[in-house]
Design a protein around this ligand. Structure first.
Ligand code: PAF
Length: 289
């Protein structure tokens, strides 16, 4: 596995590979790799010839009171996991390489970023889209792969790529879950054993909404109430549970394409999850970690 650290080297390698006719797959991450990231690598390997995985903890997407400094970092472990999984190029740019000066020009994500996570985390998606667009310019991939667990993020990235003509494909992979339903996230590492048990309320609430919908309930308010009954569990501080379309707009009636998005705090840890009603939680990938 090749290790690269500068945007210049990254771009040179990517251009040389593409000049040889190789298609490039790109998995952007903030490190603390888990099976969810590694499944994206598998998928990239199936779809492209060369796979780049980046590790960069992006300060621009963290609020002043959020966990930027304590975000889990273990580059040695990430490097081993990436190499074992067949990543061709690990790109780990330093903070100064990505932001040699304060970026005055940033991506404005528009109204799709004002709801849900964006309402709770002002400026978060401007930070995400700014770094993702910079990484796209450094890596110049043919396909970039994201997990559907961060539903709002991936819808915004897809919209940015379309609206700003990036000329690459966004591939969205199913959420990867533990066998008991917990969606994999680097932030799960913050949870102690009791909190981890409490965190199962998120996927249980999604399943409860899905079951109610499959039994014939299509009123979003009724479905929301059903989900909230389950989410309101001991140790869980619910954030939101909404039924939305791909533009993140509330739906008037739930159908197979409706996405149930959910957020809650367990202790100090903010967790998010979602399900597409027609696919169901069982349509996601379950793994033993
Ligand atoms: O999903 C993430 O890990 C981050 O938001 C991303 C896309 C790597 C941008 O920093």
């Amino acid at each position: 596995m090749l290790d690269l650290a500068t945007p210049k080297d990254m771009r040179a390698w990517s251009r040389a590979e593409r000049a040889r006719g190789q298609r490039l797959g790109f998995v952007p991450t903030m490190g603390a790799l888990h099976e969810g990231h590694l499944r994206l690598v598998d998928r990239a390997k199936e779809r492209t010839d060369r796979v780049v995985l980046s590790v960069f903890v992006n300060p621009l997407q963290f609020g002043p009171k959020e966990d930027f400094t304590k975000y889990p970092r273990d580059l040695a472990r990430d490097r081993t996991l990436a190499a074992e999984r067949g990543v061709d190029c690990l790109f780990v740019p330093a903070l100064e390489a990505v932001y040699p000066q304060e970026p005055l020009v940033r991506i404005a994500p528009g109204p799709m970023a004002d709801t849900l996570e964006g309402a709770a985390r002002p400026g978060h998606f401007a930070g995400v889209l700014t770094v993702v667009s910079k990484l796209f310019h450094m890596v110049e991939p043919d396909v970039a792969l994201f997990g559907r667990k961060d539903f709002q993020q991936v819808m915004l990235v897809r919209r940015m790529v379309t609206d700003l003509d990036f000329g690459l494909e966004i591939d969205i992979a199913p959420t990867v879950r533990e066998l008991d339903g917990l969606a994999l996230s680097s932030r799960n590492g913050y949870l102690d054993a009791d909190q981890r048990r409490a965190a199962l309320a998120l996927s249980r609430a999604l399943r409860a909404v899905e079951q109610a919908w499959r039994s014939g309930e299509a009123d979003p308010k009724a479905l929301q109430r059903r989900g909230m009954e389950v989410l309101n569990a001991p140790g869980v501080r619910p954030g939101y549970l909404e039924l939305v379309d791909e533009q993140l707009r509330p739906v008037a009636r739930a159908d197979a394409r409706t996405v149930v998005v959910i957020a809650a705090h367990v202790g100090a840890t903010r967790l998010i999850d979602n399900v597409v009603l027609g696919e169901g939680v069982a349509g996601d990938i379950a793994v033993r970690t």
